[in-house]
Design a protein around this ligand. Structure first.
Ligand code: AMP
Ligand code: ZN
Length: 115
């Protein structure tokens, strides 16, 4: 989408602190980190949210969770100690950027419940 900030980051039109990229996914540091490790894992394809996934996205969803998350958690040093994945979805879910993204947060003890 032309006015979507994460599409622009995926296209290289807006700079980001990239930590991973392949054909279908990009991951970069969150601009406003909420933990010592806070990266966003983003499909290059514009999907509004996890509620908008379709059957065509099964490989993409599996790639994110089976390939990218464990690899990044290991590389960022949080795989053993633990980390949190967050997908804020829609208004009530607190989503502010309407391009699907997985927050990977770690490096500190998380609390529950979320706000
Ligand atoms: P959410 O509220 O779940 O939609 O998360 C959006 C996240 O994107 C927030 O944590 C923001 O800090 C982050 N964010 C917004 N713009 C940028 C940007 N240009 N580069 C990196 N992170 C961003
Ligand atoms: Zn987008």
């Amino acid at each position: 989408m032309s006015d979507c900030i994460f599409c622009k980051i995926a296209a290289g039109e807006i700079p980001a602190q990239k930590v991973f990229e392949d054909d279908s996914v990009i991951a970069f540091k969150d601009l406003s980190p909420k933990a010592p490790v806070h990266v966003l894992i983003v499909p290059k394809k514009h999907v509004q949210s996890v509620a908008h996934f379709t059957a065509d996205d099964k490989d993409l969803a599996a790639h994110i969770f089976v390939d990218v998350v464990p690899k990044l958690a290991t590389e960022l040093g949080v795989a053993d100690g633990g980390f949190r994945l967050v997908m804020n979805t829609g208004d009530d879910g607190g989503q502010t950027v309407n391009h699907l993204h997985v927050h990977l947060l770690g490096g500190r003890k998380m609390t529950w419940p979320p706000g």
